[in-house]
Design a binder for this molecule. Sequence first.
Ligand SMILES: [Zn+2]
Length: 422
Amino acid sequence: MTIEDRAASLAAEFETDESAIREDLENLLAYSVPLEEAVQSLRRKYGDGGGRPASKTVTVDEITASYDAVSIRAVVLAVGRRTIRFDGDERRIIEGELADETGKIAFTAWTDVSLEPGSTVEITHAGVREWQGVPEVNIDDSTTVEQASESLTVPYAVGGERTLAELAPGDRAVTLTVAVVEAETRTIEGSDGETTIRSGTLADETARLPFTDWAGREVLSPNTAVRIENAYVRTYRGVPEVTLAEETTVTPTDASVETAPEAPRRPLGRVIAEGGRFDVEVAGTIIDIQAGSGLIERCPECNRLVQNDRCRTHGAVDGIPDLRTKAILDDGTGTATAILDRDDTESIYGGTLDEAIDAARQAMDQSVVTATLHERLVGRDVIVRGTVSVDEYGATVDVQSFADDDSDPQAIARRLLDEVSP
Ligand SMILES: [Zn+2]
């Protein structure tokens, strides 16, 4: 940021004349005052004193991380509590969602504040931070929260009630009425020793999503309908995951919950436009396979790809051989890289991992395995089931199952011809 830009943003923050700010700033810098100190000094002069940055009164849709502090009037939509690890300490935080007429925004309070769902509050001098490019309100010791004299009417429901299809990573204090369709208990090695967690799949009539319960609650059992309050949403392999903390409440309910079909068939283009989706079925054609398909080596520590006997995290390691395929799948509406694991790759290759290693050894060339996969896959009409995630490099299908598409007679004829032709 140039001095001019900084002066302009400070002028906007203090709602004062830019040229005066710029002159003062240049003066301070001319005396070798470091920039941040100079800014603090200007805040004391033009801001609301006390060394706190000046607070700008804004509407929710105007909040961006370019403000050091904001003041808003908003309705509390949802409130939840959670204990997190922060700088090695356990901290109790309050989090949830606020709204005014212009929009909704998430908040985190690092201090004990009174926020009741449905009430209208005046929040003065809150910080703004960005999480994955989305601004959120940060309430700390320098923030004041007061009940507003007038209530706001907002076009959003109070209570954090959501359907699974509505959830997005970063949502918190959400309430769900869902059916548990799959669940298992696992013990994992964490920073505090062993933790028992429960994970699986939840469903309602709109979607299915994975969940993880850090409290390992057995009530989350298949064929049970539950009401979950104060859960939050993380990203797991690029799709939303319902996450339950100690403070989350889970109550069995008699409500009958319709469940969305398992792995619905979807056009890739639509799934990509939605930003990815948990457990879908896509029917398309393999148009190519990517470099990195065939024999690979994985790090014994972290399971990631080893190249030239080096793991990016663990340095020089003895890689463990593995087989995988990165196939380009196209269904006419979109394209994705389908990642096939060792089992699927072995069945496409027509041999085991050891047989592939032998073949590569005899040819003194690993690419013979890749060539066989290419020959057997490209042009093949397939149905893949898995979770689609989308990032800046494109769409990826983490393939759970893979089968030939026998629904199109022409496709079957083509495959038979391929098989009999020399
Ligand atoms: Zn590693």
